[in-house]
Design a protein around this ligand. Structure first.
Ligand SMILES: Cc1cc2nc3c(=O)[nH]c(=O)nc-3n(C[C@H](O)[C@H](O)[C@H](O)COP(=O)(O)OP(=O)(O)OC[C@H]3O[C@@H](n4cnc5c(N)ncnc54)[C@H](O)[C@@H]3O)c2cc1C
Length: 480
């Protein structure tokens, strides 16, 4: 009997497996797909010679999360490529705003708001790794309460309220609105300023990187490290019930709360299962990948320096787009996230050609084809873009969910991260990674600190499982 089985090989499943094996446990990972990695996979979605990141494309937390910083993935083939700028946020009729590593350089893009931007960010950048360590985890007493208070007081406010009050001009407001929109919440919601600030902080600590060769190399490096530690991975094994599991003392679910309820239901109390079923997943995404005949012809060519481009114009426009999605609408001018991997990693496309990656948020379960709306937004800031398209690949909410059963209704970050569910995912418990059954744990992005490639959900879930493993008797019957 293995000490642990992990269901799912997404970044959190692999992080959990690595942590468990590092502590001496025997671990087996079961992955439903033929390819490992979950949200960190790369595939030839368009034409031969073009490598597209199926889900995650850009990885600020991949370089900055305390867990990723603790593992020797470079020795296992992971090479981050850092661009000259993290974000470009183009605006109509004026130069784009660029989020660059140097605070002063970014501030200099912001006109009259330069000093206010520096006043806001400088205190958060005094010990950014400590701040990130406090933020990327479950609700607990912060190790640096003063620093957290400095962050949390403005952070709690809705981005619309804070950004209008703090800044005078549209450039700074737009830059942080784009960062805040990663929350997939209406920008009128509390906590959205915090998300904007976290992403801005990361951009001042490390240029948001892409993985050389594709995001798949992140998963491959994690799997290679896991194997050197003695862990095993079986692919093509979709777990549907406890009977599908090999004997193990504990099981960690890198899955949605819904799957934990479906699979673990027979050994979990009804009340806990009902709470898992009340979990909210939130809006979905519509994603496009393009094979391009050349780089995106941005009106402001400096946009080519950034790994990520936020298309949505002013704070007002970004906020209107995100609120519309929450009302169940498809905005004509959606907020679009573009990643330009091949601009920095030539291995992604044949010489002279490029890949393009973009998605927008859509209502949960949407069946609307957003291709035209996304391409109109790109064309708005990059006239002539459509002429560069050689081929495109589209994924709606149903395609995303088919790719990965964790993306319920097309939700890509493990569920709504509003004030309530941010800390109580998947249900409110002192140890949210544990369940009432001391042999079952959840380690996916549906636990704190939520979506993104940072491995922290897996790390904390492994600690929780290790505490249980120490208490459990050696001889246990199979879970089913
Ligand atoms: C379009 C898109 C763009 C994104 N962009 C970014 C980005 O740029 N940067 C970033 O940091 N994050 C991004 N994300 C989010 C990021 O990919 C996820 O938050 C992250 O992958 C979550 O990791 P995880 O380990 O919790 O789960 P997942 O990555 O979802 O992995 C779960 C794995 O479990 C497997 N599985 C599920 N159920 C079963 C079962 N019953 N049996 C066996 N296997 C099972 C799945 O096949 C999958 O491989 C993006 C996501 C999407 C979809």
């Amino acid at each position: 009997m293995d000490d642990a089985v992990v269901i799912g090989s997404g970044p959190n499943g692999l992080a959990a497996a690595i942590e468990l094996t590092r502590a001496g446990a025997s671990v087996r990972v079961l992955e439903g797909n033929d390819q490992i990695g979950g949200g960190i996979r790369t595939a030839p979605l368009t034409l031969p010679g073009f490598a597209h990141d199926v889900c995650s494309g850009c990885h600020p937390l991949g370089v900055l999360s305390p867990w990723f910083r603790s593992v020797p993935l470079a020795e296992h083939g992971l090479h981050w490529i850092q661009p000259p700028a993290s974000v470009a946020h183009p605006l109509d009729d004026q130069p784009a705003v660029l989020l660059r590593l140097a605070l002063g350089e970014t501030a200099s893009e912001l006109g009259d708001d330069a000093r206010r931007y520096e006043q806001l960010l400088a205190p958060l950048l005094r010990a950014p790794h400590e701040l990130l360590a406090d933020l990327l985890g479950p609700l607990r007493v912060p190790r640096h309460p003063l620093r957290m208070a400095r962050f949390g007081l403005p952070g709690l406010l809705p981005a619309t309220t804070f950004l209008r009050a703090w800044f005078r001009g549209e450039r700074a407001r737009a830059l942080l609105a784009g960062c805040a929109a990663h929350s997939i919440l209406p920008l009128e919601s509390v906590l959205t300023t915090a998300v904007g600030l976290i992403f801005a902080v990361t951009g001042h600590v490390a240029d948001w990187p892409v993985a050389a060769g594709g995001s798949q190399t992140i998963g491959n490096a994690m799997a290679s490290y896991l194997k050197t530690l003695g862990g095993r991975i079986d692919t093509g094994v979709r777990v549907r019930s406890l009977r599908d599991l090999p004997p193990a003392r504990v099981v960690l679910f890198d899955t949605s709360p819904a799957q934990l309820a479906d699979i673990g239901g027979p050994v979990l109390p009804d009340r806990y299962v009902q709470r898992l079923r009340r979990y909210r997943y939130g809006p979905g995404a519509f994603k496009l990948d393009w094979a391009l005949d050349g780089p995106i012809p941005w009106r402001d060519p400096r946009c080519l320096q950034a790994s990520t481009v936020h298309l949505g114009g002013t704070l007002e426009e970004v906020a209107a787009s995100e609120s519309a999605v929450w009302r169940g609408e498809h905005p004509a001018r959606p907020f679009v996230l573009v990643v330009q991997q091949s601009q920095f990693d030539p291995s992604r496309a044949p010489a002279g050609k490029h890949t393009g990656y973009a998605y927008c948020h859509v209502p949960a379960g949407s069946t609307v084809d957003c291709t035209a709306a996304i391409e109109r937004q790109v064309e708005r800031f990059a006239p002539g873009f459509k002429d560069r398209i050689l081929a495109r690949h589209a994924m709606g909410t149903a395609d995303l969910e088919r790719e990965n059963p964790n993306y319920i209704g097309g939700a890509i970050t493990g569920g709504v991260a509003d004030l309530w569910q941010f800390f109580t995912r998947p249900v409110a418990r002192l140890d949210p990674y544990s369940t009432p059954n001391p042999r079952l744990f959840i380690c996916s992005a549906s636990t704190p600190p939520g979506g993104g490639v940072h491995g922290m959900c897996g790390y904390f879930a492994a600690q929780s499982a290790l505490r249980s493993l120490r208490r459990l008797p050696d001889h246990l019957t199979p879970l089913s």
